[in-house]
Design a protein around this ligand. Structure first.
Ligand SMILES: [Zn+2]
Ligand SMILES: [Zn+2]
Length: 428
């Protein structure tokens, strides 16, 4: 028998998922708009992929031994028997779309950006949700030129910075390539073998040794600190790639620190990996992170295609924007006039009048659900309308309307026919 839930349970959203309320949406709009502006400046075009994808896309693309694929995916089984997942990230879907839709036949590289929800079944905690939103920039195709890595970092850095979140620091490293990574992997395994490590690390040692450097457990920290650095194992093309990325960052005046312990939790990265943090805030929460993924296309069954990208966490950034609300310039709501009605006849006539204002692009607020004059005028004051229009029964009969200057209280009657014109004059 299904257990009977208390009625209030229905009112709580699923664990780790949240509502975005009207008081927060101006900040969301600001973030989305700023993303659009930055994307426009750096010439990224918007791409949208479905919320659900086939399981294999992430198993192969993100990697079967990553936390995301091992523990955090939301599975769906369709009636037709397809196994789908709610996308845990957007890079693999963007690459799938690029390959499937022939974007490789367009001028290369393709510069793409997105903004939307993603899903991970992880333990909800401060700043982490199961349904969260990401913005991202991707440069796909063309050459594996280090300047693209720098451009991706710059776009995400400038976006966050222009939301008054600073000072920012970029942590960056290289995780090498197919040529040099196996050697480092071996060094790491040799180093870790026989050491006292946590259970997760013992497992990583077998499945995904690079992720040993990801361990957050206290006991593993001293071992991690003395581990061989990947930077000493890079092959010469990888070393030169990293050097050129760093030089480009310097050229653009972007501050970075090299952090050889930075391995990102996804299999598709090669060479450049980076994370962007705000200083003096909660430690360990990156606002944006990304890297180069030259092997991803092949991993999901496409032709070899270089790529580099970044994804940023909208919820974390919104939280920081909240704290800076006064500094952030939000678009001013447009001035609207207030339409007051007295009586049923006027209420009805108001509907047509509102449409007339809409056609003339004049903003109107009305309180058609409220009938008392004083209540309506009070609302007009609260919303700060400079001008109220009062339509009573007599006015409807006389085809006129009263204009009331809300600041001075001065009223005058004008013919209904001319009201749009008169309002336009006064709003100037
Ligand atoms: Zn290499
Ligand atoms: Zn560990």
């Amino acid at each position: 028998m299904p257990t009977k839930k208390k009625p209030t349970d229905l009112l709580i959203p699923p664990r780790g998922m949240h509502d975005i309320l009207p008081k927060e949406t101006p900040l969301w709009d600001k973030l989305i708009e700023t993303t659009r502006e930055i994307a426009d400046f750096y010439n990224f075009s918007r791409i949208e992929t479905p919320i659900a994808e086939r399981v294999e896309l992430f198993e192969r693309g993100v990697g079967e031994t990553t936390d995301i694929v091992e523990k955090e995916m939301y599975f769906l089984k369709t009636k037709g028997g397809d196994r789908l997942v709610l996308r845990p990230e957007m890079t693999a879907p963007v690459m799938r779309s690029y390959l499937q839709n022939g974007l490789h036949r367009l001028p290369q590289p393709q510069r793409l950006y997105y903004f939307g929800p993603a899903f991970r079944y992880e333990r909800p905690q401060a700043g982490r949700y199961r349904q969260f939103h990401q913005f991202g920039f991707e440069i796909v195709g063309g050459d594996s030129d280090p300047v693209y890595d720098a451009e991706i970092i710059a776009a995400s850095y400038r976006l966050i910075e222009s939301l008054k979140i600073k000072p920012l620091i970029i942590e960056i490293s290289s995780i090498g390539c197919r040529i040099c990574r196996p050697g480092y992997r071996k060094k790491l395994i040799d180093y870790y073998r026989g050491k006292e490590i946590c259970r997760d690390c013992a497992r990583r040692l077998k499945t995904n040794p690079l992720r040993l450097l990801d361990c957050k457990k206290e006991a593993c920290q001293p071992i991690k600190a003395d581990a061989p650095s990947i930077l000493d194992s890079l092959c010469s093309p990888c070393r030169s790639h990293l050097k050129q990325v760093l030089e480009s960052l310097e050229e653009m005046g972007l501050p970075y620190t090299l952090n050889p312990l930075l391995v990102r939790g996804l299999d598709y990265y090669n060479r450049t990996v980076f994370e962007i943090f705000v200083q003096e805030e909660v430690v360990g929460l990156a606002l944006a992170s990304g890297g180069r993924y030259d092997y991803l296309a092949e991993m999901i069954g496409g032709r070899p295609t270089p790529g580099v990208g970044v994804a940023g966490g909208a919820e974390r950034i919104i939280e920081l924007m909240m704290a800076r609300r006064d500094e952030i310039k939000l678009p001013k709501p447009r001035v609207k006039i207030f339409l007051v009605h007295i009586g049923d006849l006027a209420k009805k006539r108001s509907l047509a009048l509102i449409e007339e204002f809409r056609r003339s692009n004049i903003g109107v607020i009305s309180a058609l659900g409220k009938n008392s004059l004083s209540e309506q005028l009070e609302t007009a004051n609260k919303v700060g309308s400079p001008l109220a229009l009062i339509l009573g029964q007599r006015e409807v009969y006389e085809e006129s309307i009263i204009l009331r200057d809300m600041q001075t209280g001065v009223q005058e009657s004008v013919p209904l026919k001319k009201v749009v014109e008169e309002v336009k004059k006064r709003l100037k």
